[in-house]
Design a protein around this ligand. Structure first.
Ligand code: SF4
Length: 340
Protein backbone atom coordinates (compact mmCIF):
# COMPACT_ATOMS: atom_id res chain seq x y z
CA UNK A 1 0.00 0.00 0.00
CA UNK A 2 1.36 3.44 -0.88
CA UNK A 3 2.26 5.82 1.92
CA UNK A 4 0.58 9.22 2.00
CA UNK A 5 0.31 12.24 4.28
CA UNK A 6 -2.66 13.04 6.51
CA UNK A 7 -3.60 16.66 7.12
CA UNK A 8 -6.11 17.44 9.87
CA UNK A 9 -7.50 20.96 9.80
CA UNK A 10 -8.43 22.09 13.32
CA UNK A 11 -10.62 25.14 12.75
CA UNK A 12 -10.78 26.55 16.29
CA UNK A 13 -9.26 29.74 17.67
CA UNK A 14 -9.85 31.67 20.91
CA UNK A 15 -10.40 34.76 18.80
CA UNK A 16 -9.90 35.76 15.20
CA UNK A 17 -6.69 37.64 14.27
CA UNK A 18 -7.35 40.67 12.09
CA UNK A 19 -5.22 39.53 9.17
CA UNK A 20 -6.31 35.89 9.05
CA UNK A 21 -8.27 34.42 6.19
CA UNK A 22 -7.82 30.76 7.18
CA UNK A 23 -11.03 28.97 8.00
CA UNK A 24 -11.37 29.13 11.78
CA UNK A 25 -14.18 29.75 14.25
CA UNK A 26 -14.47 30.59 17.93
CA UNK A 27 -17.32 28.21 18.89
CA UNK A 28 -15.18 26.00 21.09
CA UNK A 29 -18.22 24.02 22.30
CA UNK A 30 -18.13 22.18 18.95
CA UNK A 31 -14.69 20.65 19.53
CA UNK A 32 -15.97 17.30 20.84
CA UNK A 33 -18.30 16.75 17.88
CA UNK A 34 -15.54 17.88 15.54
CA UNK A 35 -13.12 15.25 16.93
CA UNK A 36 -15.74 12.53 16.43
CA UNK A 37 -16.26 13.67 12.83
CA UNK A 38 -12.50 13.64 12.14
CA UNK A 39 -12.24 10.08 13.40
CA UNK A 40 -15.28 9.05 11.34
CA UNK A 41 -13.62 10.40 8.19
CA UNK A 42 -10.24 8.72 8.58
CA UNK A 43 -9.60 6.34 5.71
CA UNK A 44 -7.53 3.24 5.86
CA UNK A 45 -4.30 4.44 4.20
CA UNK A 46 -0.72 4.05 5.35
CA UNK A 47 0.16 7.49 6.71
CA UNK A 48 3.84 8.34 6.97
CA UNK A 49 3.17 11.95 7.96
CA UNK A 50 0.37 13.45 10.02
CA UNK A 51 0.01 17.22 10.31
CA UNK A 52 -2.44 19.02 12.61
CA UNK A 53 -2.82 22.54 11.19
CA UNK A 54 -5.23 25.33 11.89
CA UNK A 55 -6.79 27.27 13.27
CA UNK A 56 -5.20 26.43 16.57
CA UNK A 57 -4.68 22.66 16.90
CA UNK A 58 -3.39 23.11 20.45
CA UNK A 59 -7.00 23.98 21.41
CA UNK A 60 -7.53 20.20 21.33
CA UNK A 61 -6.56 18.30 24.45
CA UNK A 62 -3.72 15.80 24.19
CA UNK A 63 -6.30 13.07 24.68
CA UNK A 64 -8.32 14.30 21.67
CA UNK A 65 -5.16 14.49 19.56
CA UNK A 66 -4.26 11.00 20.77
CA UNK A 67 -7.64 9.56 19.76
CA UNK A 68 -7.23 10.94 16.23
CA UNK A 69 -3.69 9.58 15.91
CA UNK A 70 -4.78 6.21 17.21
CA UNK A 71 -7.60 6.06 14.65
CA UNK A 72 -5.22 7.03 11.82
CA UNK A 73 -2.68 4.46 13.00
CA UNK A 74 0.31 5.99 11.16
CA UNK A 75 3.41 3.94 10.33
CA UNK A 76 5.83 3.55 13.22
CA UNK A 77 8.36 6.15 12.04
CA UNK A 78 5.78 8.69 10.85
CA UNK A 79 6.48 12.38 11.29
CA UNK A 80 3.58 13.71 13.41
CA UNK A 81 3.38 17.49 13.71
CA UNK A 82 1.06 19.77 15.63
CA UNK A 83 0.91 23.54 15.29
CA UNK A 84 0.80 25.15 18.74
CA UNK A 85 0.11 28.67 19.88
CA UNK A 86 2.11 29.78 22.93
CA UNK A 87 -1.03 30.77 24.83
CA UNK A 88 -2.67 27.36 24.48
CA UNK A 89 0.29 25.07 25.16
CA UNK A 90 3.17 24.65 27.60
CA UNK A 91 5.29 22.08 29.43
CA UNK A 92 2.52 19.80 30.76
CA UNK A 93 0.70 19.81 27.44
CA UNK A 94 3.89 18.98 25.53
CA UNK A 95 4.64 16.09 27.88
CA UNK A 96 1.13 14.69 27.37
CA UNK A 97 1.49 15.09 23.61
CA UNK A 98 4.63 12.99 23.58
CA UNK A 99 2.61 10.01 24.79
CA UNK A 100 0.24 10.38 21.82
CA UNK A 101 3.04 9.97 19.27
CA UNK A 102 3.39 13.65 18.30
CA UNK A 103 7.10 14.06 17.53
CA UNK A 104 7.29 17.49 15.91
CA UNK A 105 6.02 20.85 17.20
CA UNK A 106 5.46 23.96 15.15
CA UNK A 107 5.17 26.91 17.51
CA UNK A 108 3.53 30.13 16.29
CA UNK A 109 5.97 32.63 17.72
CA UNK A 110 5.45 35.24 14.94
CA UNK A 111 7.39 38.18 16.39
CA UNK A 112 9.71 39.14 19.23
CA UNK A 113 8.13 42.57 19.50
CA UNK A 114 5.21 42.80 21.96
CA UNK A 115 3.73 45.86 20.26
CA UNK A 116 3.66 43.94 16.96
CA UNK A 117 2.07 40.89 18.59
CA UNK A 118 -0.65 43.15 20.03
CA UNK A 119 -1.17 44.77 16.63
CA UNK A 120 -1.53 41.33 15.04
CA UNK A 121 -4.10 40.37 17.68
CA UNK A 122 -1.99 37.56 19.09
CA UNK A 123 -2.71 36.59 22.68
CA UNK A 124 0.88 35.91 23.77
CA UNK A 125 3.87 38.14 24.42
CA UNK A 126 7.39 37.46 23.19
CA UNK A 127 8.67 36.27 26.57
CA UNK A 128 5.92 33.63 26.76
CA UNK A 129 6.70 32.55 23.21
CA UNK A 130 10.40 32.03 23.89
CA UNK A 131 9.59 30.28 27.17
CA UNK A 132 7.20 27.97 25.28
CA UNK A 133 10.02 26.91 22.96
CA UNK A 134 12.22 26.02 25.95
CA UNK A 135 9.35 24.18 27.63
CA UNK A 136 8.87 22.13 24.46
CA UNK A 137 12.56 21.30 24.44
CA UNK A 138 12.55 20.43 28.16
CA UNK A 139 9.57 18.14 27.52
CA UNK A 140 11.85 16.08 25.28
CA UNK A 141 11.12 17.51 21.83
CA UNK A 142 14.10 18.01 19.57
CA UNK A 143 12.18 18.51 16.32
CA UNK A 144 10.79 21.99 16.98
CA UNK A 145 9.88 24.58 14.39
CA UNK A 146 8.89 28.20 14.91
CA UNK A 147 6.74 30.42 12.71
CA UNK A 148 7.88 33.97 12.15
CA UNK A 149 6.10 36.74 10.35
CA UNK A 150 8.04 39.12 8.12
CA UNK A 151 6.74 42.49 6.99
CA UNK A 152 5.26 43.62 10.30
CA UNK A 153 8.19 44.65 12.45
CA UNK A 154 11.93 44.57 12.19
CA UNK A 155 13.09 41.02 12.93
CA UNK A 156 16.78 41.80 12.35
CA UNK A 157 17.73 42.44 16.02
CA UNK A 158 16.40 38.97 16.87
CA UNK A 159 18.50 36.80 14.56
CA UNK A 160 20.90 35.92 17.40
CA UNK A 161 18.02 34.91 19.66
CA UNK A 162 16.49 32.76 16.90
CA UNK A 163 19.78 31.10 16.06
CA UNK A 164 20.30 30.20 19.72
CA UNK A 165 16.86 28.70 20.33
CA UNK A 166 16.74 24.89 20.73
CA UNK A 167 14.94 24.49 17.40
CA UNK A 168 15.58 22.76 14.09
CA UNK A 169 13.28 24.57 11.68
CA UNK A 170 12.00 28.07 10.94
CA UNK A 171 9.08 29.10 8.75
CA UNK A 172 9.21 32.80 7.89
CA UNK A 173 6.26 34.05 5.89
CA UNK A 174 5.77 37.59 4.64
CA UNK A 175 2.47 38.98 5.92
CA UNK A 176 -0.01 39.37 3.10
CA UNK A 177 -3.11 41.36 3.94
CA UNK A 178 -6.15 39.87 2.21
CA UNK A 179 -9.00 42.21 1.26
CA UNK A 180 -11.66 40.15 3.00
CA UNK A 181 -10.12 40.54 6.46
CA UNK A 182 -10.51 43.32 9.08
CA UNK A 183 -6.90 44.40 8.37
CA UNK A 184 -7.70 44.54 4.65
CA UNK A 185 -10.54 46.97 5.36
CA UNK A 186 -8.70 49.13 7.90
CA UNK A 187 -7.00 51.98 6.08
CA UNK A 188 -5.46 53.38 9.28
CA UNK A 189 -3.04 50.47 9.68
CA UNK A 190 0.49 50.93 8.44
CA UNK A 191 3.13 48.32 7.70
CA UNK A 192 6.71 48.51 6.38
CA UNK A 193 6.90 49.35 2.66
CA UNK A 194 7.78 46.80 -0.01
CA UNK A 195 11.50 47.65 -0.22
CA UNK A 196 11.85 47.35 3.52
CA UNK A 197 10.12 43.95 3.53
CA UNK A 198 12.34 42.70 0.67
CA UNK A 199 15.45 43.74 2.61
CA UNK A 200 14.14 42.01 5.72
CA UNK A 201 13.52 38.79 3.75
CA UNK A 202 16.96 38.83 2.08
CA UNK A 203 18.64 39.41 5.41
CA UNK A 204 16.62 36.59 6.99
CA UNK A 205 17.86 34.20 4.29
CA UNK A 206 21.43 35.35 4.95
CA UNK A 207 21.50 35.53 8.74
CA UNK A 208 19.54 32.50 9.86
CA UNK A 209 21.79 29.58 10.81
CA UNK A 210 19.38 27.26 9.05
CA UNK A 211 19.81 26.35 5.37
CA UNK A 212 16.91 27.53 3.24
CA UNK A 213 15.09 24.69 1.47
CA UNK A 214 11.88 26.40 0.42
CA UNK A 215 10.95 30.00 -0.29
CA UNK A 216 9.74 30.51 3.29
CA UNK A 217 11.27 27.54 5.11
CA UNK A 218 14.65 26.90 6.70
CA UNK A 219 15.91 23.79 8.47
CA UNK A 220 18.95 22.07 9.88
CA UNK A 221 19.95 19.26 7.54
CA UNK A 222 17.58 16.31 7.89
CA UNK A 223 14.88 18.35 9.66
CA UNK A 224 13.01 19.62 6.59
CA UNK A 225 9.27 19.15 7.16
CA UNK A 226 8.43 15.82 5.51
CA UNK A 227 4.73 16.57 5.40
CA UNK A 228 5.06 19.92 3.66
CA UNK A 229 7.62 18.44 1.25
CA UNK A 230 4.80 16.20 0.00
CA UNK A 231 2.91 19.32 -1.14
CA UNK A 232 5.90 20.76 -2.97
CA UNK A 233 6.91 17.42 -4.48
CA UNK A 234 3.37 16.84 -5.84
CA UNK A 235 2.90 13.75 -3.65
CA UNK A 236 -0.43 12.53 -2.34
CA UNK A 237 -2.06 13.54 0.93
CA UNK A 238 -5.50 13.29 2.45
CA UNK A 239 -7.09 16.25 4.25
CA UNK A 240 -9.78 16.03 6.92
CA UNK A 241 -11.73 18.93 8.43
CA UNK A 242 -13.55 21.96 7.04
CA UNK A 243 -11.43 23.73 4.37
CA UNK A 244 -8.86 20.92 4.28
CA UNK A 245 -7.43 20.09 0.85
CA UNK A 246 -6.47 16.68 -0.56
CA UNK A 247 -4.54 15.29 -3.50
CA UNK A 248 -5.58 11.71 -3.86
CA UNK A 249 -6.18 9.18 -6.62
CA UNK A 250 -5.32 11.68 -9.34
CA UNK A 251 -7.66 14.45 -8.16
CA UNK A 252 -7.38 17.53 -6.00
CA UNK A 253 -10.40 18.26 -3.80
CA UNK A 254 -11.36 20.34 -0.79
CA UNK A 255 -13.79 20.10 2.11
CA UNK A 256 -16.50 22.78 2.42
CA UNK A 257 -15.57 25.66 4.73
CA UNK A 258 -18.43 24.88 7.09
CA UNK A 259 -18.07 23.25 10.50
CA UNK A 260 -21.77 22.37 10.81
CA UNK A 261 -21.89 20.37 7.59
CA UNK A 262 -18.60 18.69 8.54
CA UNK A 263 -19.97 17.63 11.93
CA UNK A 264 -23.42 16.65 10.71
CA UNK A 265 -22.47 14.65 7.61
CA UNK A 266 -21.47 11.02 7.77
CA UNK A 267 -18.78 11.74 5.17
CA UNK A 268 -17.19 15.19 4.94
CA UNK A 269 -18.67 17.19 2.03
CA UNK A 270 -16.02 17.78 -0.63
CA UNK A 271 -15.76 19.42 -4.03
CA UNK A 272 -13.21 18.90 -6.79
CA UNK A 273 -10.69 21.71 -7.20
CA UNK A 274 -8.62 20.13 -9.99
CA UNK A 275 -9.64 17.21 -12.21
CA UNK A 276 -6.21 16.86 -13.84
CA UNK A 277 -3.49 17.86 -11.42
CA UNK A 278 0.22 17.22 -11.85
CA UNK A 279 0.63 19.21 -15.10
CA UNK A 280 3.81 20.98 -16.08
CA UNK A 281 2.56 24.33 -14.73
CA UNK A 282 2.02 22.81 -11.30
CA UNK A 283 5.40 21.07 -11.36
CA UNK A 284 7.13 24.35 -12.24
CA UNK A 285 5.25 26.26 -9.60
CA UNK A 286 5.84 23.77 -6.80
CA UNK A 287 9.34 22.68 -7.89
CA UNK A 288 10.66 26.22 -7.97
CA UNK A 289 9.48 26.77 -4.41
CA UNK A 290 12.13 24.25 -3.37
CA UNK A 291 15.18 26.45 -3.39
CA UNK A 292 17.68 23.58 -3.51
CA UNK A 293 15.80 21.03 -5.61
CA UNK A 294 14.31 23.36 -8.24
CA UNK A 295 13.19 22.14 -11.65
CA UNK A 296 14.84 20.36 -14.53
CA UNK A 297 15.73 22.63 -17.41
CA UNK A 298 14.09 20.13 -19.78
CA UNK A 299 10.74 20.91 -18.13
CA UNK A 300 10.94 24.59 -18.99
CA UNK A 301 10.93 25.61 -22.63
CA UNK A 302 10.32 29.30 -21.97
CA UNK A 303 12.52 31.81 -23.75
CA UNK A 304 12.24 33.94 -20.58
CA UNK A 305 14.43 31.50 -18.67
CA UNK A 306 17.78 32.96 -19.72
CA UNK A 307 16.56 36.51 -19.04
CA UNK A 308 15.89 35.62 -15.38
CA UNK A 309 19.22 33.80 -15.08
CA UNK A 310 21.02 36.88 -16.47
CA UNK A 311 19.11 39.10 -14.03
CA UNK A 312 20.22 36.99 -11.04
CA UNK A 313 16.70 35.83 -10.21
CA UNK A 314 17.26 32.22 -11.26
CA UNK A 315 20.43 30.18 -11.16
CA UNK A 316 21.36 27.22 -13.31
CA UNK A 317 23.60 24.41 -12.11
CA UNK A 318 24.01 21.65 -14.70
CA UNK A 319 20.40 20.94 -15.67
CA UNK A 320 18.76 22.23 -12.53
CA UNK A 321 17.14 25.65 -12.23
CA UNK A 322 16.56 27.17 -8.82
CA UNK A 323 15.35 30.53 -7.53
CA UNK A 324 17.87 32.89 -5.95
CA UNK A 325 16.69 34.70 -2.78
CA UNK A 326 15.96 37.81 -4.90
CA UNK A 327 14.03 35.64 -7.34
CA UNK A 328 12.06 34.12 -4.46
CA UNK A 329 10.66 37.57 -3.72
CA UNK A 330 8.99 37.73 -7.14
CA UNK A 331 8.48 34.01 -7.63
CA UNK A 332 4.86 34.38 -8.78
CA UNK A 333 5.76 36.71 -11.67
CA UNK A 334 8.72 34.53 -12.65
CA UNK A 335 6.60 31.40 -12.70
CA UNK A 336 3.90 33.15 -14.77
CA UNK A 337 6.54 34.27 -17.27
CA UNK A 338 8.10 30.82 -17.44
CA UNK A 339 4.74 29.33 -18.36
CA UNK A 340 4.49 31.59 -21.44
S1 SF4 B 1 -4.51 32.03 15.59
FE1 SF4 B 1 -3.88 31.57 13.47
S2 SF4 B 1 -5.63 30.57 12.51
FE2 SF4 B 1 -6.37 31.52 14.41
S3 SF4 B 1 -7.18 33.48 13.77
FE3 SF4 B 1 -5.04 33.84 14.39
S4 SF4 B 1 -3.82 33.57 12.49
FE4 SF4 B 1 -5.88 32.72 12.11
Amino acid sequence: MKKIGLYVHVPFCVRKCGYCDFYSITELSLIDDYVKAVIRNIKDYQYDTVYFGGGTPSMLTASQIGRIIEAASPVSDAEITIECNPQSSGGDYFRELRDTGVNRLSIGLQSFDDETLRKLGRLHDSQTAVQTVFEAHDAGYENISIDLMLGVSNIRPDFDTINNLPIKHVSAYILKIEDNTPFGNDKTLSFPDEDEVCDEYLETVKKLDFPQYEISNFAKIGYECKHNLKYWNCEEYFGIGPAAHSYLNGKRFAVLRDIKSFINSQLQPTYITDENPGGIDEKLMLGLRLTQKGINVADCKSENLQRYIDAGMLRRSENIITLTPRGALISNSIITDLLC
